[in-house]
Design a binder for this molecule. Structure first.
Ligand SMILES: Cc1cc2nc3c(=O)[nH]c(=O)nc-3n(C[C@H](O)[C@H](O)[C@H](O)COP(=O)(O)O)c2cc1C
Length: 142
């Protein structure tokens, strides 16, 4: 479900998101997002690596300030990650590229727009208060 501010509700894990996507999207779109390249070797390895990461909650312990800021290629960001280019996001979420760019900017990080964008480049740039980069495919040669 989406609330009035375009936020997804009732989701706690990535698997919850996956089930939601599978139940709502046409099969061909779900497979496009869910599948990996070729034999899906890298996809399996990425999932295995994330499965090995554990958080160790330290309840009621005083923490100093937590500063996650860093720079990527000279660009300052508030979080140590960016939103990777996802081609044709608009196929599976209304104005997907603009929404993702806006959320990245609100969170203080950069959004990378795929060449295969469903939204106009200028609109995506305008949607975000943060850095927006462009991932260029040389489709059809130089
Ligand atoms: C549905 C989907 C579409 C993607 N489209 C693009 C794309 O257009 N351009 C691109 O460079 N990478 C694309 N990627 C790759 C992602 O940007 C990202 O590199 C990949 O999901 C692996 O994540 P990681 O780089 O954090 O390991 C796509 C990935 C998915 C799952």
């Amino acid at each position: 479900m989406l609330d009035g501010r375009n936020r997804v509700t009732g989701i706690f894990t990535i698997e919850d998101l996956r089930r939601r996507a599978r139940s709502r999207l046409p099969r061909v779109l779900f497979d496009y997002i869910d599948g990996g390249a070729d034999g899906e070797v890298t996809l399996r390895e990425n999932c295995a690596v994330f499965d090995r990461v554990r958080f160790l909650p330290r309840n009621a312990a005083a923490m100093g300030t937590c500063d996650l800021r860093t720079t990527v290629l000279g660009t300052p960001v508030e979080l140590p990650f960016l939103l990777a280019p996802i081609g044709s996001s608009r196929m599976f979420f209304r104005r997907g590229e603009c929404v993702a760019a806006a959320q990245a900017g609100a969170a203080g990080t950069a959004y990378i727009l795929s060449t295969l964008s469903g939204c106009r480049l200028e609109e995506v740039k305008a949607a975000s208060s943060g850095p927006v980069w462009y991932q260029l495919y040389l489709i059809g040669g130089r």
